[in-house]
Design a binder for this molecule. Sequence first.
Ligand code: ADP
Ligand code: MG
Ligand code: ZN
Length: 591
Amino acid sequence: MWALAFALIIVLFQNLKNTPSEVEIPYSAFKAKLRDGRVNQVKVRPDLIRGEYKDDAGHVQHFRTLPMPDLKLVEELEAYHVQDFQGEADRSWLTSVVFNLGLFLLFFGLWWFFVIRQVQGGGKQALSFGRSRARRVDEKKTVTTFADVAGCDESKEELQEVVEFLKSPGKFEKLGGKMPKGVLLFGAPGTGKTLLARAVAGEAGVPFFSASASEFVEMFVGVGASRVRDLFDQAKKAAPAVIFVDELDAVGRHRFAGIGGGHDEREQTLNQLLIELDGFEQHQGIILIAATNRPDVIDPALLRPGRFDRQIATPLPHLKGREDILKVHSRKVRLGPDVDLSIIARRTPGFSGADLANVINEGALLAARRGKEAVELNDLEESLERVVAGPQRKSRIMSDAEKKVVAYHESGHVVVAKLLSNTDPVHKVSIVSRGQALGYTLQLPKEDKHLTSRSEISNRLAVLLGGRCAEEMAFDEVTTGAADDLAKASSFAIKMVTEFGMSEKIGPLSLKEPDREIFLGRDLSQGASYSQNTAELIDGEVKRIILAAQAMAREILTTHRKKLDDLAAKLIDREVLSGEEIDAIFQGAVS
Ligand code: ADP
Ligand code: MG
Ligand code: ZN
């Protein structure tokens, strides 16, 4: 932008200097025109002659020419009646230097003016590259404590020690105990890693410095390292303190991975982090807490003793934990008398703390929108579905034909799920579109499950394929609506064969593909851990499993065609059916 503006101004200036209509003519032509009596004005400079003459059509034409040693010029000018001739001083080198300098200063001043303005207006970016953008959160104002974190008692217990240390760093040293310098929290997103780190600072009553590792890795080489240094300097001044680095995997991946892996910005940043970790002493009372959801990619150098030697998992909460988290988040929400949080907890296996917080929040918003005094059970149920499947889209209009297809598709899932044993109970089925899905069948497990048997997975596959089979049977045609089901089914089948050892032909082997994320670096040398033959065998087995599931779904739907038709008809009519209503339809169809 600036270069462009600069060039533009220069060009403009040049154009102003040379009047555009001026023609350059040879000295001889000038003399000829003079002798013709056509020249009527001349300015003579040692280095240039300019003037006006009348051209053939009688128009005034500006000209210029380079002078030659011509002692008789003045005599001739007089002789041919040039009315107006005068000498002009040469623009000496001094004036041109002053002139150009002035121009330069002008541009520099303009540039300075704009940059300064930008810096003042735009967050002082230009002048503070190397500064850490870490936010210092004073825990006196917004205190987060362990009471705000629920459902991860083991993690809290382990962190309690860190809190004690921060409260009185000297005490530990006296007894010769060694505190960890770094604590690595790992777990799925939304399981409360950030929250726990804050709570540690809150419990100990020390300042909390938080930064995200991805902020360290910026465009300019060296900036990350200097930001890390700055972050630690800030914290040391405020010690005892907690430094929290989120998304550690952004800088802490295995080094020497990837093309040209050596000296990149990320690695410099990581090295600086290691230097800082090694550089501070116990008694300084600083604890570095880092969080990641990819502990498997963290550089082993970070996990050595004296660095992040304490690793604490934040797992997804169990039933009791979920109830506690729901309680924590509904402290400030008025709940109706019909709300039993243990029911919500039971219906939310696999939800993270953040999801649960979201359920409560959405429920409160819904209740407010409906003008209620308190949040009731149905608000929470609706918000639960929102969190699972995205908001209901009332505005989306489906043609009747499409509605029929979706109704058969979803009914297919339901019928297969109801008639197979070992499947999760169907809680609800709907053909009102929600988020990406045109319709959905909500199956909720009765309890938390950590083990899944082969027959359970096979049945689940049959349920997934049931939607497509039903469409096929009802319309002799399949649609794109089953894409998501197929993707899920395939991924299950692949896992059955390569991870769970559930295929007879492959046997109890783990043929998991190596983690491909580190592109062309470490893994290049490892390659696939099985032969081409095995790869073909895997493909065959995956296909066989899917086809078997399809056959199972088809058989069930053919024998129970009437149930499928009844259910689809009802669904077209009502759009949403609850678990009890589905039961009623099934019993009606039997009798
Ligand atoms: P992470 O850093 O692991 O991705 P966060 O700590 O940022 O997750 O969690 C996001 C939000 O979810 C928190 O602000 C909190 O409201 C809620 N949350 C997550 N885990 C818990 C928990 N164990 N107890 C209470 N609230 C939680
Ligand atoms: Mg976080
Ligand atoms: Zn489906």
